[in-house]
Design a protein around this ligand. Sequence first.
Ligand code: PSU
Ligand code: MN
Length: 303
Amino acid sequence: MIVLSDEVRAALAEGRPVVALESTIISHGLPRPTNLTVAREIEQVVRDGGAVPATVALVAGQVRIGLDDAALATVAGDDSVVKVSVRDLAVVAARGGHGATTVASTAHLAARAGIAVFATGGLGGVHRGANLTFDESADLVTLSRVPTTVVCAGVKSILDVAATLERMETLGIGLVGYRTDRFPGFYLSDSGHAVEHRVDSPQAVAAVMRSRAELGTDRAGLVVANPLPADEQLDPALHDRVLTQALAGADAEGVHGKDTTPYLLARFHHDTDGRSLEVNTRIILRNAALAAQIAVAHATGGQ
Ligand code: PSU
Ligand code: MN
């Protein structure tokens, strides 16, 4: 049921660097038609970095790891593509549907395929008000039991960032800041929270990956938090204004469950007149580039 592209299979067999990429950011995180362009750019950036891109999705019920352009276009443009977390995988596969994988399901599948490094934009986490709604992304629980190294720009402030960091600690999810001591807030370079451990090179990340394997602490994921440079972040005043509107909108419209994250992301893109889209795209491309460097360092023994 899991089909690797020829390119991904060959790279894995030869121990060459591979970077897994999620597809929910394409289908539900970015607006059409930019999403398809960005999906192709992400893959190109990974290639430019010397690694093989392995975008993950369900196409007609088949889990595909490494998509051709037709499959990428389906994920980006077909209305029947559903957001697929870990628990949805088998159901959508069995009914032969199309599905876009979240961080959780991508991490799960990448680990099964033997892909060590994964790039995304932002992680899911604990939603605001989760003390009442219990809305915590399956990304966290999955990362507590899947040995993947995921490069992201922290989490968006649509979430409760402090609670997300606490849950990551409880769940034993590794966390390092890439050239920073601050946990990034996706659109913002600094979420206002510290990161305990800092690494300054792809080789240093690969060294942590090796130590984790040797110590047996690699059953949980490792999050590499890669912030945007401060001069590239979304204007903080605009960010705060739009965040307030988006959260109020979700509340007023009764949005809940798996629709919450896509709703809030769409509101951001709409309410910033596309400025958040530019920043979002930049974040994903930067994360893909770093993930490629880490995959290369990891594949070459971190030397
Ligand atoms: N956060 C973002 N952009 C995204 C997502 C999260 O900043 O596109 C997507 C990812 O695919 C993530 C998923 O795994 O949303 C989390 O959704 P939920 O909160 O429903 O678990
Ligand atoms: Mn949720």
